[in-house]
Design a protein around this ligand. Structure first.
Ligand SMILES: [Fe+2]
Length: 205
């Protein structure tokens, strides 16, 4: 299922920005496309309910922020920060997550493979370290393979809750895994067997 895709950002004018709302991105594959690893029901729930909630809540928070800015209400602006971080992070993280999955499998391109081998000795070592880091998260969070533009190296790190990697660490996110016991069990419910969680994780690569 591993595939890294370029995340395209579009140029938005100031006028367009004032009308812009965040929207739930369409998946580039059917809900059932990842079966039997992830069943259609779980994909739909996760996309249409969970991800949509982050998008909706982000739009509400941004509207309130616009009002607070218009009123020069700094207290209200500061109070809205956590909601924007959580829901904005949830939206960003899940958008990357969907794009990392593919029903057709796939391999990182040769430049990335070369960089992984330079920074982690081997692809297997990178996978092992990413999985270990992700599993070690206490509570809820994401394990990431990210790119450090300053050192021009790949790094593995984790973020709590929905904290977005780039905004909190400066690393460019390439590949993310979600860790939260209930979340993983939810993702794996299709398999109806806890031990298949390992298979689920390995399927990302
Ligand atoms: Fe999720």
């Amino acid at each position: 299922m591993y595939a890294i895709r370029r995340i395209v950002t579009s140029n938005v004018t100031k006028d367009q920005f004032s009308r812009l709302k965040y929207t739930l991105p369409e998946l580039p594959y059917d809900y059932k496309a990842l079966e039997p690893i992830i069943c259609a029901e779980i994909m739909e729930l996760h996309h249409c309910k969970h991800h949509a909630a982050y998008v909706n809540n982000l739009n509400v928070a941004e509207e309130k922020m616009k009002e607070a800015i218009a009123k020069c209400d700094v207290n209200a602006q500061i109070a809205l920060g956590p909601a924007i971080k959580f829901n904005g992070g949830g939206h960003l993280n899940h958008s990357i997550f969907w794009a990392n999955l593919s029903p057709c499998g796939g391999k990182p391109d040769s430049a990335l493979v070369k960089q992984i081998e330079k920074d982690f000795c081997s692809m297997e070592e990178m996978k092992k370290r990413l999985s270990e880091s992700t599993v070690a998260i206490q509570g809820s969070g994401w394990g990431w393979l990210g790119y450090d533009k300053t050192s021009k190296c790949l790094r593995i790190t984790t973020c709590s809750n929905q904290d977005p990697l780039q905004a909190t660490t400066g690393l460019i996110p390439l590949f993310g895994q979600r860790e939260r016991q209930l979340n993983i069990l939810l993702h794996c419910r299709a398999t109806e067997h806890y031990c298949l969680i390992v298979k689920y994780r390995d399927s990302f690569y």
